[in-house]
Ligand binder design. Structure first.
Ligand SMILES: Nc1ncnc2c1ncn2[C@@H]1O[C@H](COP(=O)(O)OP(=O)(O)OP(=O)(O)O)[C@@H](O)[C@H]1O
Length: 224
């Protein structure tokens, strides 16, 4: 198991996105967790890599390792900055995971968002402005999931790790969320790993597709 080293290396800046911010590549090297062993994967800026696999094959744990939420061997990098080079809490703000079952800490929705949130995105997800005044305990599972995605993007992550982001949504809302995410990913040029079960969704959103097969990831032919 690795040791955490605090060094404070700054991210190497590669090229700017539409809003002039600099963008990042997510790289995973020799990562092992549970049954998965020695996973290597590079996700380019603005690229969506989908991962599927049988239930219990380790998809969520792989995301949790990349987000440094679980002990693991190997390492993830944002450009040349290692997850070992900073406290896990800092890393997670940059390599941000949106779990299928999101966590909420405060009483109201609005307390989880920056002061100026994107009203256009709220409308696109079927919310009116007053959703910020709602209490978290009244949210349905689908509302939680949509708001967790909005919350994650509002924090401007450098990489996004999505665990079945539309699992609680109906078909029409799934398509709206997919379209919004794709547009946001394109605009921000954030690298994304997207765990999905639905093959039609994978065809719509993935630039590349890998399946967990035993201890490794296998790329599906023709998915790049
Ligand atoms: N902290 C842990 N320690 C040991 N084993 C764990 C831990 N968390 C999960 N597991 C086990 O690891 C395996 C993979 O779990 P994971 O949640 O990653 O599966 P998954 O592929 O995301 O499944 P699903 O599609 O059902 O969500 C499961 O057998 C699970 O019971």
């Amino acid at each position: 198991m690795r040791k955490r080293i605090i060094t404070g290396i700054l991210a190497r800046k590669i090229r700017p996105n539409d809003s002039g911010a600099f963008v990042t590549t997510l790289k995973i090297e020799a990562l092992s967790i549970g049954a998965l062993a020695g996973v290597n994967l590079t996700v380019r800026a603005g690229e969506v890599v989908c991962i599927s696999g049988p239930s219990g094959s380790g998809k969520s744990r792989l995301l949790r390792a990349i987000a440094d939420l679980e002990p693991h061997d190997g390492c993830a990098y944002l450009d040349d900055v290692s997850q070992l080079s900073m406290p896990a809490s800092h890393w997670r703000r940059q390599a941000m995971m949106v779990p299928a079952d999101s966590q909420w800490w405060f009483e109201s929705v609005g307390e989880h968002f920056p002061e100026h949130c994107d009203l256009v995105a709220l409308e696109a997800f079927g919310f009116s402005n007053d959703v910020m005044d709602w209490t978290v305990d009244r949210l349905s599972s689908g509302e939680r999931q949509r708001l967790a995605l909005l919350r994650a993007m509002a924090r401007s992550p450098k990489a996004l790790l999505l665990d079945e982001p539309t699992a609680n949504l109906d078909e029409s809302m799934t398509r709206r969320v997919e379209a919004w995410l794709k547009a946001e990913i394109h605009k921000s040029q954030v690298p994304v790993i997207w765990v999905a079960h639905d093959h039609s969704q994978i065809e719509r959103v993935a630039d590349r597709h890998y399946v967990i097969a035993g201890t490794t990831l296998e790329q599906i032919d023709g998915s790049d």
